[in-house]
Design a protein around this ligand. Structure first.
Ligand code: ARG
Length: 481
């Protein structure tokens, strides 16, 4: 794979996307059984053929059209010809697209497994965490790199024997690590179901030649001193951090969520690590309720344009005021701080004088105005058009979790109807991916010509996995903003 000089650099959420890491749904998703779905962090079992051909493949095509057009332009009919049995999308197949802009993790994993030493170490590590027998370990060493990469991810061998559980959340590459300027912060998953993902990714970052120049810039958070001796109640001392809780909003400013998945201790360590290594000047800690509904901060807000954000209305100023309105009720119910957001902003140059924000809009407005020098009015698009019960329903299916391909052009789910109306009201056009790809193919539209729009993507199966396109992307390179 050819190497660019600026291989990885992300300084914003909205600069034109140039390179990212993804993983398309593997056969492991088709092995999730109902009794395990929740443990494996899926809300339901999914239909593999639909999630791939009917949904995720459109994501791959649209990403390639924007980031690596020569792979798809004028070729879509051929790529999707049923005779070609989706080979273009299958890592490990000779017809796989092998894009070095839309980079498939399974492909990188396969490439590092050609090294015998790495292969043996990784087999031993996976066997250790999955509790495999010695005989199984020896057997696994004999597989080809292509097959072994597939097995490590799907858990299933070519003969359909299930060797260990799948890692169905690997499609949510956002959570495995975060590019902050030219550094990569690795995650420490909170949930057991995501442990193997973190292991595989660590090997990829430390051993794949693509990341050779970045190796000194990989940040791993240490565990709390003697964390293994802490009592169960000491769990908040555990260091867990997932990428969905980290947002690089400008080259100097990073947001870190403290949530169901990212612990206070991890946020604390990340602030020190980022300041000590001079990665950024400002870190805002955004505390959200520890609830499955909002597992990471990117499930309650994401950025659309310099001055436009999409967010969940219950964290807005107005909602907080409304809640404060009935004094008797508030006192009776006790101070309802559990459903609030709290923001504490640390500045490297004045560490012991943090700035506080008590609602999300104030923080986001401050970012647009002061970090991104924006004079235009800052606008908010609310989940479900801020109408009950659509606000909560659509947040659950990732209305707030959009991915910006460039400023003002975002990908979102087609099932969030009221949120789409809210986008329209804010002056955005609503496009459907199938028609858009046809327009790209016949030349009536191009990625360059698009502006201010949300591209709606099919989502019935994908949304059961509880993540949107922000979660399904780990940006490595965005144009400087
Ligand atoms: N960045 C995100 N919001 N990721 C969503 C991850 C969803 C996944 N099923 C999990 O629960 O872990």
């Amino acid at each position: 794979m050819p190497k660019d000089i600026a291989f990885a650099n992300v300084t914003s959420e909205i600069g034109t996307l140039k390179r990212l890491l993804v993983h398309s749904p593997d056969s492991g998703l088709g092995k999730v059984v109902p009794s395990k779905a929740q443990d494996w962090l899926f809300e339901d079992i999914v239909h593999l053929e639909t999630i791939r051909r009917g949904e995720y493949d459109y994501y791959t095509k649209i990403l390639l059209y924007f980031l690596d057009p020569q792979k798809v332009k004028g070729r879509i009919a051929e790529i999707d010809d049923p005779q070609n049995t989706r080979n273009f999308y299958k890592p490990g197949h000779p017809d796989f697209h092998r894009s070095d802009k839309v980079i498939e993790l399974q492909w990188l994993l396969e490439e590092i497994l050609y090294d015998r030493d790495i292969r043996l170490k990784l087999v031993a590590s996976v066997c250790a965490i999955e509790g495999c027998s010695h005989a199984k370990q020896m057997e696994l060493q004999e597989y080809s790199p292509t097959d072994l990469a597939k097995i490590f991810i799907s858990g299933t061998a070519n003969d359909q024997t299930m060797l260990f559980p799948p890692i169905p959340n690997f499609i949510f590459t956002r959570d495995i690590g975060i590019t902050i300027n030219n550094h990569i912060l690795l995650n420490k998953p909170a949930k057991k179901a995501r442990t193997r993902e973190a292991l595989l990714v660590r090997y990829i970052f430390f051993h794949h030649p693509l990341f050779a120049d970045l190796r000194d810039n990989i940040i791993e958070l240490p565990d709390t001193h003697q964390h293994f001796l802490l009592p169960k109640e000491g769990d908040d001392k555990k260091v867990t951090l997932e990428g969905g809780d980290v947002m690089v909003v400008s080259k100097d400013h990073v947001l870190i969520g403290v949530s169901e998945r990212t612990s206070l201790e991890a946020a604390h360590q990340a602030v020190h690590a980022l300041f000590e290594k001079n990665v950024v000047k400002k870190v805002s800690i955004v505390k959200i309720p520890k609830k499955r509904d909002y597992m990471h901060i990117d499930t309650v807000f994401t950025q659309v344009k310099r001055n436009v954000w999409v967010m969940l209305g219950s964290f807005s100023k107005k909602a907080i005021k409304k809640e404060d309105a009935d004094i008797v009720q508030r006192i009776l119910e006790g101070k309802k701080t559990d459903n609030k957001i709290q923001v504490i902003q640390f500045r490297k140059k004045d560490l012991d004088n943090p700035v506080y924000f008590d609602n999300l809009e104030d923080l986001l407005t401050d970012i647009s105005r002061n970090d991104l020098d924006c004079d235009e009015k800052v606008r908010f698009i609310y989940s479900g058009n801020n109408e009950f019960p659509f606000d909560a329903r659509e947040q659950w299916t990732d209305s707030c979790n959009v991915l910006a391909l460039k400023e003002g052009v975002v990908l979102g789910y087609d099932r969030n109807d009221k949120t789409s109306i809210a986008f329209q009201k804010a002056g955005f056009s609503v496009l459907h991916v199938k028609e858009l790809l046809e327009d790209f193919e016949n030349g009536t539209k191009s990625p360059e010509s698009l502006e201010n729009c949300i591209i709606l993507m099919p989502s019935a199966e994908l949304s059961r996995a509880r993540g949107g396109f922000h979660c399904m992307s780990m940006p490595l390179l965005r144009e400087a903003y």
